[in-house]
Write a protein that binds this ligand. Structure first.
Ligand code: ZN
Length: 486
């Protein structure tokens, strides 16, 4: 009686790449014996030297493990299907290994340095070809990540972004070049990636990632590569990954320091196991405020691409359960052990987060229109750059306070401003005008974030001030374009 035997991907090199073979036999033992006499190289993979089936090889008859039947003596009836299931390293169940496409001759040539690596080989390369990675953002981290994923032959690379390329991106976002300034990042990314490797498919999504679209977008991907630059999106990406069971190749950067890990795998921790709650808004400055060494995202984004590729290959030794810390200034790597927290609100034993929430609210990001709708917290007064210009021209007394850092002041300043960096404001309040006939105080920074905090701080100490909306960037855009933008 002939039976169908299904051959798993790792063993197909020994069966002439066949995914199934028909063999005669009355018991499982006879079938395996027929199999290994037809494909003799297979023998040492299935059997130990003592002639017993290896421990990491499981054999199933239909849905049943033969260890719970009569092992190799299990008898077979017509129509029974035998499956060989070796334990493969966790990793990502890449869209049915059987569906992994063959490599073309051009691909064999292109990926030859992968194909001769035992850890990748032709099967691994086919897994990469069948693999799908979604990059959240085509910025500092997304740039090197997407370039390496495309070069490596990851078959489908999704990118979600809604920004245009700005000249200040070029210092680190190497997907984009000088002629791309002003173009959509997605268009620029698609062009570069397709030029690098026309064999891969680039899917672009011109949108902001939200609770409304995240699950739908993530569902079709094997790995999510988190290249976001804000906490609200980071928690959204984490929770969506946990809810869908998709691994999250995580990276973050600030100034000279980076972090990387792999979250939300089956048994590993998630981002919330590490950081259950976001820092209060304003406590941690963004890269736009704090700066970032241009090459840093190159290192961290490349680590994220490495881990994504390893996940697709089914590698065991990923960053799951480890937080890698990189200090570029002192050129030091360290790592911390991470454990899944049984109390974690999203991946713990009794999760309280069972669907996506409002992450802006969770992270304390002010809502659009919140200022009009002041509610319990009175909104702080603002001035536009046009009003500032008009006050200056009218000769009305004014104290223009710049709360940026000295190096920013050096790059560009609004005439007549006084520099007191935000961090020094508490100790330098005596430098501000006081008294009944003191001039009005208008506070500015680069974009309006730090100055809003300064206005709030001053208000709490009974000092009235207005925030310059849009900061010095708005001033440069609308009043004095001769100043350099940074
Ligand atoms: Zn967790």
């Amino acid at each position: 009686m002939a039976h169908r035997v299904l051959i798993p991907t790792p063993l197909r090199p020994y069966t002439g790449q066949q995914d199934a073979v028909e063999l005669e036999g009355r018991t499982v033992g006879e079938i395996l014996s027929a199999l290994t006499s037809r494909y003799s190289d297979l023998r040492r993979h299935l059997y130990a030297d003592d002639g017993k089936l290896r421990h990491f090889v499981n054999v199933y008859v239909n849905d049943d493990d033969i260890r719970y039947l009569q092992r190799e003596a299990t008898s077979l009836k017509a129509g029974d299907v035998i499956s060989i299931v070796p334990s493969v390293a966790g990793g990502v169940p890449v869209s049915e290994a059987t569906a992994a496409p063959e490599l073309t001759n051009a691909e064999v040539q292109r990926y030859s340095r992968h194909l001769i690596l035992p850890e990748v080989g032709p099967d691994g390369q086919r897994r990469l070809k069948a693999g799908r990675v979604l990059c959240i953002g085509a910025g500092g981290l997304g740039s090197p990540a997407a370039l390496y994923l495309a070069a490596a032959g990851v078959g489908t690379i999704g990118i979600i972004d809604f920004d245009a390329v700005d000249a200040s991106n070029l210092q680190r976002q190497i997907l984009h070049s000088t002629p791309d300034v002003g173009r959509s990042k997605l268009e620029s990314a698609r062009e570069k990636l397709e030029a690098l490797n026309p064999e891969v498919r680039i899917e672009t999504y011109e949108a902001a990632l939200t609770s409304a679209n995240a699950l739908e977008l993530f569902r079709d991907y094997d790995v999510i590569l988190d290249g976001t630059d804000n906490f609200a999106t980071r928690y959204l990406v984490n929770d969506a990954c946990v809810l869908l069971g998709k691994p999250n190749a995580y990276g973050s950067i600030f100034r000279f320091e980076g972090q990387a890990s792999v979250f939300a795998t089956k048994d590993g921790p998630c981002y919330r196991c590490l950081y259950p709650e976001p820092p209060p808004p304003g406590l941690v400055p963004s890269c736009a405020e704090g700066g970032v060494l241009g090459v840093l995202p190159g290192v961290i984004g490349t680590i994220q691409a490495t881990e994504s590729i390893k996940l697709l290959l089914g590698a065991k030794n990923t960053l799951v359960g480890r937080l890698l810390l990189y200090d570029a200034w002192n050129m030091r790597f360290r790592e911390l052990k991470l454990r899944r927290d049984p109390e974690c609100p999203v991946c713990g034993d009794h999760p309280t987060v069972k669907e996506l929430i409002d992450y802006d609210q969770f992270c304390g990001v002010p809502q659009q229109g919140a200022q009009a709708n002041a509610g319990g917290t009175a909104s702080d007064p603002e001035a536009t750059v046009e009003e500032l210009k008009q006050i200056q021209s009218s000769g009305r007394p004014l104290f223009l306070l710049d709360v940026r850092e000295p190096q920013e002041f050096q790059i560009a300043k609004i005439p007549g401003s006084t520099l007191i960096p935000l961090g020094q404001l508490p100790q330098r309040l005596n430098e501000l005008p006081a008294g009944a006939d003191a001039p009005e105080i208008i506070v500015h920074c680069k974009m309006g974030g730090r100055s809003a905090r300064a206005v709030q701080f001053l208000k709490e100490r009974g000092i009235p001030a207005r925030n310059l909306k849009g900061g010095i960037l708005a001033w440069i855009d609308r009043i004095d374009p001769s100043l350099p933008k940074y």
